[in-house]
Design a protein around this ligand. Structure first.
Ligand code: ATP
Length: 367
């Protein structure tokens, strides 16, 4: 075990959780460093909630180990684990005052009463609701209730807070407001947050790190910026934004450059743009990923990668225009650009992009 400050808040080691023949968690080893805002992001059914519930102890694992604050809690019941969960539906006690709701976890830990009162006051300040302590949850708005739920989870000072789509029940405006508030509370308390959402914008805007999940596995764990710019798989590329996927072949590869054949053209792309964890070899079929906003129209500058095609449809979005195109080779390309550089009357169009905007994905990874 390392020094106290380097002990990860949470570690899962080879965790498997089966429900009958379904592997909801399929061998997940995840280390969450202390003080981090980590988001588990993925489509419905990918296992995010199950992973969170396993860490909390509500869903006993089939095999593997769960560590919290450097301690093995795999076989401990939820109330003995130094984590607290926040749910979408608040789960506040309806006939208890806000103060008692917030102090409840501390009461359960048999903390001295003056200490509990002090913590409740601090929590009410933290959630910027100092005046609602004597109300019952039914006398609060949805956003206020979720703030109280957060305060209740934080009051006993857990190692980590586990948040399962806590903003899912709120309307968009409130949701965005609480995203900022949640992030700022995480920063000011320095607590480790593990947050579950299926909303990529929410994940990207709030998190220090995002773990993109699919079929019970973590496909990629990285910063939001890296996940967007350097997706490890076509699935990740498409889940965190719009992604054009172009079938191609790797002709040659050296330390600096990849020579790639696309629709009969030879492209040179920096080898550093191989973002997949599985290194492809010369001759392999690969997939190139390019974001719609990185595709440009018109005269290509020196060194740009170029394709020709036809415009299938276009949508004006005020300051931007969205075009659906098809290349001569039949690949669909989405382009997001500023108005201007219109196609010819027959819809023929030349487009190009910078070699360093492309991500090279190995073909073995399906979209
Ligand atoms: P959502 O966003 O819809 O909540 P999720 O990513 O959180 O999805 P989980 O709820 O963790 O996904 O479910 C993962 C898989 O495990 C799914 O196939 C689900 O049907 C299955 N599963 C979850 N809980 C149970 C259970 N109690 N019994 C049987 N199968 C379950």
């Amino acid at each position: 075990m390392g020094m106290a400050e380097t002990t990860p808040a949470i570690e899962t080691r080879n965790v498997i959780k089966s429900f009958g023949s379904v592997r909801a968690i399929d061998d997940v080893s995840l280390t969450v460093e202390s003080g981090i805002f980590l988001t588990l992001l993925g489509p419905s059914g990918c296992g995010k909630s199950t992973l969170l519930r396993s860490i909390a102890g509500f869903s006993p694992v089939t095999s593997g180990t769960i560590m919290v604050g450097g301690r093995d809690v795999t076989h401990q019941p939820p109330h003995l684990r130094p984590v607290n969960m926040v749910f979408q539906d608040y789960a506040l006690f309806p006939h208890m005052s806000v103060r008692r709701n917030i102090g409840f976890g501390c009461e359960m830990k048999a903390m001295p009463k003056p200490e509990i009162e002090k913590r409740v006051d601090a929590m009410l300040d933290l959630i910027r609701l100092p005046a609602v302590g004597h109300r019952e949850p039914g006398e609060l708005s949805g956003g206020q209730r979720q703030r109280v739920a957060l305060a209740r989870a934080l009051a006993p000072d857990p190692v980590s807070l586990l948040l399962d789509e806590p903003l899912g029940a709120l309307d968009l405006k409130l949701r965005i407001e609480l995203q900022h508030e949640l992030k700022s509370i995480q920063r000011s308390t320095g607590k480790t947050f593990v947050f579950v959402t299926h909303d990529q914008d929410e994940a990207m805007s709030m998190s220090d790190l995002v773990a993109v999940m699919k079929d019970g596995r973590i496909e990629q764990l990285d910063t939001p910026q890296a996940i967007y710019a350097r997706p490890a798989t076509a699935f990740v590329a498409g889940f965190v934004g719009a992604a054009n996927l172009i079938p191609a072949r790797l002709a040659q590869l050296d330390a600096d450059n990849a020579l790639i054949t696309v629709e009969g053209r030879d492209w040179q792309v920096p080898a550093s743009r191989i973002t997949t964890s599985h290194m492809p070899s010369a001759g392999d079929a690969i997939t190139l990923m390019i974001r719609p906003e990185d595709v440009a129209l018109g005269q290509a500058p020196e060194g740009a990668l170029t394709l020709t095609g036809k415009v299938a449809d276009q949508t004006f979005l005020g300051g931007r225009i969205h075009m659906g195109c098809e290349t001569a080779g039949g690949t669909k390309i989405m382009i997001e650009t500023r108005p201007g550089g219109m196609p010819d009357a027959d819809g023929a169009i030349d487009f190009h992009f910078r070699p360093d905007a492309v991500a090279i994905l190995s073909h073995s990874e399906k979209a």
